[in-house]
Design a protein around this ligand. Structure first.
Ligand SMILES: *Cc1c(COP(=O)(O)O)cnc(C)c1O
Length: 387
């Protein structure tokens, strides 16, 4: 049996909406992108949503709009993809890497507080909703009130977390700005693409301008309005981060199935959870939120010290079985650029190190059949000699 690590599910209106874009003759950002933004904003209960060409662009725009600049210090977890930290460097600012909570892979208020005490001049914090569940943002132990009270800007890297939330609301409605990814293997896709949401009008105004060359949109909009005008002003050296309508067409079609996709991934997660709970040789992450509010983008398992087989050996054996896996993540403190530039040491990231040594991510996507999931479970159990 073959079980690829990811396979696209696109049985909806993708082709129809793409055809509409092609027939309209307007391939770049126009009505489909606008519609995608409007629907996405409603979905995550945010005032503003901006469709962009990647989550990386979204993160860059968010930090720029929050005033992150040369020399600013920004908290970033080590257990993430390099995009989360590289955007800090784009602005000449410096990531301050932090560890995560062992049982969830998420950052907590305590972890952030420790970093702030050691380095009082923190301007912003990027929280990653690792694997698809929200970190603890709200309430007495929430990250959001902690940051707000200290004037620390809060950006959420929600590349794994759509649709997701907790008892306080959907991911996308909390914090200064939230960034989503529609990369090919994310929970919904546009091929390449992203979205940045915010409830703050001033942040929204800055993102709107910087997304498209720093051109003053009030003037630019007149091109598509009834009253045509050639004139526009450039108010800043902006970026070229807009999402083309061809991609937005795919996104709109995917968005229509986002909850059904999530439910199917949860069905896969339920089977893995049942199979791999209460084992000696491996563990799975704890679910902090209601499982219905978890996006279930990734399903990592973590091999423990008592396990006879190493992580890389298990990956090789599963690969021989036709099962694709991946590793999320080789931590950023182990990447030569960050390690050397910031003289990072693994002993400062004990939970992240422990996760990294033993983790691999199993296939989890809507198109997986029960037979495939059972096959993955059986092969993992066989190789780890567990019943
Ligand atoms: C995928 C991913 C990104 C980058 O998304 P792009 O849309 O490819 O730019 C950023 N952060 C995390 C945690 C991701 O998984």
């Amino acid at each position: 049996m073959e079980v690829p690590f990811f396979k696209l599910d696109s049985a909806g209106n993708e082709l129809r909406y793409i055809a509409e874009v092609l027939r309209s003759g307007w391939l770049t950002t126009a009505s489909k992108a606008r519609e995608f933004e409007t629907r996405f904003a409603a979905e995550v209960e945010a005032r503003h949503a901006f469709a962009v060409n990647s989550c990386t662009s979204a993160l860059h725009l968010a930090l720029e709009a929050l005033g992150i600049s040369e020399g600013s210090r920004v908290i970033v977890p080590s257990l993430t993809f390099t995009a989360t930290a590289e955007v800090v460097r784009y602005l000449g600012a410096h990531p301050v890497f932090v560890d995560c909570e062992a049982k969830t892979g998420l950052v907590t208020k305590e972890i952030i507080a420790r970093a702030v005490e050691a380095e009082p001049d923190i301007k912003a914090c990027v929280v990653v909703h690792f694997s698809g569940q929200s970190a603890e943002m709200t309430g007495a132990d929430g990250i959001e009130p902690y940051c707000r009270e200290r004037g620390i800007k809060l950006v959420i890297d929600a590349a794994h977390a759509f649709p997701a939330g907790d008892e306080y609301g959907p991911v996308g409605s909390i914090g200064d700005a939230t960034c989503f990814s529609f990369y090919a293997n994310k929970t919904i896709t546009t091929g390449e693409g992203g979205m940045v949401t915010t409830n703050d009008d001033a942040i929204a105004d800055r993102i709107r301008v910087m997304r498209l060359h720093g051109i003053n949109r009030d003037v630019w909009d007149r091109f598509t309005a009834k009253h045509v005008s050639w004139e526009y002003d450039v108010v800043a050296p902006g970026y070229k981060y807009n999402m083309p309508d061809v991609n937005a067409a795919i996104g709109l079609a995917q968005l229509e199935h986002a909850h059904e996709f999530r439910q199917k991934r949860q069905h896969v997660a339920d089977q893995y959870t049942k199979a791999f709970s209460n084992q000696e040789s491996l563990r799975i992450f704890e679910c902090r939120v209601n499982p219905k509010q978890h996006a279930w983008h990734l399903f990592p398992i973590i091999l423990e010290g008592s396990c006879a087989l190493g992580r890389n050996d298990l990956i090789d054996r599963l690969n021989d079985d036709g099962i694709g896996t991946s590793v999320h993540y080789k931590p950023l403190h182990r990447m030569s650029y960050y390690r050397e530039k910031y003289r990072l040491n693994g002993s400062d990231f004990p939970a992240t190190e422990h996760i990294w040594q033993g983790c691999l991510s199993l296939p989890i996507y809507p198109a997986l059949t029960d037979e495939q999931v059972t096959y993955v479970i059986d092969r993992v159990k066989l190789h780890l000699s567990i019943a």
